[in-house]
Structure formats: structure tokens, C-alpha cells
Design a protein around this ligand. Structure first.
Ligand code: AP5
Length: 224
């Protein structure tokens, strides 16, 4: 059996969550979105959540060791033995190096990194109109991807709200963090021959189609 071990990389609001949700349904692989994992921890008031909340509210990155621990636990658990999709991790060079060494230790390797690219102007437009369901965090946009019934999630039926970190001043800070700390991963993965760039400014269906085409060209890891 061949394994698909994928990273979705890109600026905040570029569409990683939107595409990740579609890919997960399609490929039936474990999907680890670190933003979702952290938001669940904040809601449940776990130790990780209590530690993460102040960083997230400011739009800062949560310390590397917290995120490295979260992902290492999932990779070691066995549930990702036949592939995985990572969304929002790694987000710094130390996180990427830690992921490489964990995969190496497990005799695994990455299949590819998909960079969903978008301009800063488009990101501000998207995040100001984003709405998420209170229950499970399903993602909508008031203009580009509206729910069938205004203010209600099509999937889980809960209320749609604006994320705290989608306030304009926090979005601007998240973009600064992205350019300083996450954008260097583009070269990091280019040098490893793993980077694949997708134009994220297209409508969601077009982006999805480009990702599907790209995945069909990737050479998969040999699994057991
Ligand atoms: P996280 O939740 O990962 O936030 P993010 O990377 O900033 O990404 P977003 O969720 O904002 O956007 P997205 O790319 O998923 O876009 P979406 O599909 O929703 O992280 C939150 C925080 O957690 C971080 O700030 C940090 O504090 C912490 N954190 C997480 N991981 C970490 C890590 N590894 N290290 C340290 N800290 C970490 O789309 C956005 C909007 O656009 C939606 O409304 C959607 O409907 C719409 N849309 C999507 N695609 C399209 C399209 N093609 N055309 C038009 N509209 C579209």
C-alpha cells in the first residue's frame, strides 16, 4: 500500500482549512489542523489550551515545543501509519526540522507540500467575511461560500460566528508573523524538492481541482 503524507502550507486565510476538509472527506486520511486542535484545547481549558490562548488571541504563534509535542503524539499513535494531512503545521523552521526528524525516526517521509498561495489583500477580504460554526468549526464566507440558511451551519446546524483572531488588527499581526516565521518554509521545502505551489486566489472548486490534479502526480511513500 502507498501512503500519502501531505502538508498544506500557506498564509492565514488562504484556504487551507476549506481544502483540507474536502481532501479529508475524499482521501479518508487523518487530518491534523493545528489551529482546530488548539481551539478545541482552549474550549476544553486543558493545560495546552490555557497556555495557547494568549498567543492565539494576539495572533502570535504558540511556542514550537507545544506544537511539536501535539503532532509527535499523533504520528506516534499509529493512527497516521497509512498517511496524513497536516494543516497549519509546521509553521516555523524548527517545527519543520522536528517533523523531519520524527518522520525519520519512524522510517517515514513526506510525499509533498502544497503551498496554497494568496495575496495579503485577498486574505484580509476573506478573513473579514469568514464565519465558523460554534460546534465543529465548519468554515463559510458571507460572500464566497455562504451557508444555505443565513447564520446557521449546513453541516452541524449550530450558529455561525466570527473567530476572535479575525479582527482586522489581529489579522494584520498574523500576516506579519506569517511573512517572518512561516514563509521561510517555502525555500526549506523547495530545497528538499517537495514544494508544489497552487494559486489560491481562484474559487474554492478550482483550487480543489488543482490540488486533486497535483496529488495524482505525487510519488507516494511505500507503506506496509
Ligand atoms: P489556524 O487556525 O491554523 O489559522 P491560519 O493558518 O491563520 O489559517 P486560517 O484558519 O485563518 O485560514 P485557512 O488557510 O484555513 O483558510 P480558510 O479555509 O478558513 O491557526 C490559528 C492560530 O493557532 C495561529 O494564529 C497560532 O496562534 C496558532 N497555531 C496554529 N498552528 C500553529 C503552529 N504550527 N505553530 C504555532 N502556532 C500555531 O478560508 C478563509 C476564508 O476564505 C473562509 O471564509 C473561506 O470560506 C474563504 N475561502 C477559502 N477558500 C476560498 C477561495 N478559493 N475563494 C474565496 N474564498 C475562499
Amino acid at each position: 500500500m502507498a501512503n500519502l503524507n501531505l502538508i498544506l502550507l500557506g498564509p492565514p486565510g488562504s484556504g487551507k482549512g476549506t481544502q483540507g476538509e474536502r481532501l479529508q472527506e475524499d482521501l479518508d486520511l487523518p487530518y491534523y489542523a493545528t489551529g482546530d486542535i488548539l481551539r478545541a484545547a482552549v474550549k476544553e481549558k486543558t493545560d495546552v489550551g490555557l497556555k495557547a490562548q494568549e498567543f492565539m488571541d494576539r495572533g502570535d504563534l504558540v511556542p514550537d515545543e507545544v506544537l511539536i509535542g501535539i503532532i509527535a503524539d499523533r504520528l506516534e499513535s499509529g493512527e497516521a501509519d497509512h498517511g496524513f494531512i497536516l494543516d497549519g503545521f509546521p509553521r516555523t523552521v524548527p517545527q519543520a526540522e522536528a517533523l523531519d526528524s520524527k518522520l525519520h525516526e519512524l522510517g517515514r517521509s513526506l510525499t509533498g507540500v502544497i503551498l496554497i498561495d494568496s495575496s495579503d489583500e485577498e486574505i484580509v477580504r476573506r478573513l473579514s467575511g469568514r464565519r465558523v460554526s460554534v460546534k465543529d468549526g465548519h468554515v463559510y464566507h458571507v460572500e464566497f461560500n455562504p451557508p444555505k440558511v443565513d447564520g446557521i451551519c449546513d453541516i452541524d446546524g449550530s450558529e455561525l460566528i466570527t473567530r476572535d483572531d479575525d479582527k482586522p488588527e489581529v489579522v494584520r499581526h498574523r500576516l506579519v508573523q506569517y511573512h517572518e516565521k512561516t514563509a521561510p518554509l517555502v525555500d526549506f521545502y523547495k530545497q528538499q524538492g517537495l514544494l508544489n505551489r497552487i494559486e489560491g486566489g481562484e474559487p474554492p472548486e478550482k483550487v480543489e481541482e488543482s490540488i486533486r490534479k497535483l496529488i495524482s502526480t505525487l510519488s507516494l511513500e511505500e507503506g506496509s
